[in-house]
Write a protein that binds this ligand. Structure first.
Ligand code: ADP
Length: 259
């Protein structure tokens, strides 16, 4: 059963990882309509088998793990990691498909200072205090009028990356500023491995990963930043990356959403 599962996961990984890569997709997807349909169909189709894998692995772990050799236990852990990665990929795909379908955007009114502080402490707690996420913001609340769920997702995507691509112990910062007119500036800074300048123009492309080997072991599918870009576009804002390899990266978002 374990080797069958392994084979199936491997096949799914190849299908999802390689066939969905930018190069392979290019000739298949000719226009926005077929791209939208492809993303929606692929994500829906993949959800069920992944849930079945996940449930089967749980059963295996519960009932059989103690009887397994250490090699089999290691294989089981690897399978679990792969399935987890596939789940993330499918959830990103679904978000993309939804982004394109959804016309309606909620208009909430909320303090971005408060949201950022809340998220920072959640991330610190999640890391069991191995990471620090510092919020640097003006003392007065910056009130944002936009869909809170979308803005939170945007911050999450950038914070996930900042933490993923930097070492434990190195700090991550969220900087908030108000700019002329109603512009909110959000900067997410890390002191991680950085991004080579040759890769910067492609970062926001779907499925783009700087170092495929490295990112894959860290669970990335190359979709996070394209979703971040989509969210900023919803508000006619901008997102850009500034990076020094070996020193760190700053993602700067500008959104005309301040009350
Ligand atoms: P992934 O799921 O692979 O993280 P993203 O679209 O979020 O996909 O990011 C695309 C690529 O950009 C990543 O694979 C990674 O190589 C690079 N990247 C993104 N954020 C950072 C960061 N803060 N530091 C270094 N590299 C980054």
């Amino acid at each position: 059963l374990l080797s069958l599962l392994g084979l199936a996961v491997f096949i799914l990984s190849v299908v999802m990882g390689e066939r969905l890569s930018r190069k392979a997709l290019k000739p298949v997807i000719q226009n926005m309509e077929s791209q939208k349909k492809f993303i929606a169909d692929a994500s829906h189709e993949l959800r069920t088998p992944i849930s079945i894998f996940s449930a089967s692995l749980e059963v295996l772990e519960k009932e059989e793990k103690s009887k397994m050799s250490s090699f089999s236990q290691e294989t089981l852990n690897e399978l679990k990691e792969e399935v987890h990665q596939m789940k993330n990929l499918v959830s990103h795909l679904l978000t993309l498909a939804k982004d394109q379908e959804r016309q309606e955007i909620h208009k909430d009114s909320f303090s971005i200072n408060e949201l950022a502080r809340k998220m920072a402490s959640q991330y610190e707690r999640l890391s069991q205090s191995t990471r620090t996420v510092k919020v640097i913001a003006p003392p007065e609340d910056l009130i944002v009028e936009a869909d809170r769920v979308r803005i939170k997702e945007l911050l999450q995507l950038l914070l996930d990356n900042a933490l993923k691509y930097s070492d434990a112990g190195s700090p991550v910062e969220i900087r908030l500023k108000a700019q002329a007119k109603n512009n909110l500036v959000i900067e997410i800074r890390d002191e991680g491995e950085g991004i080579p300048s040759a890769d910067l123009p492609y970062l926001f492309d779907r499925f783009y990963r700087v170092d495929k080997g490295r990112s894959r072991t860290q669970g990335g599918a190359g979709l996070g930043l394209s979703i971040a870009k989509e969210i900023t576009s919803l508000y006619r804002g901008s997102i850009e990356a500034e990076s020094q390899p070996g020193k760190g990266t700053t993602f700067r978002v500008e959104l005309p959403v301040l009350a």
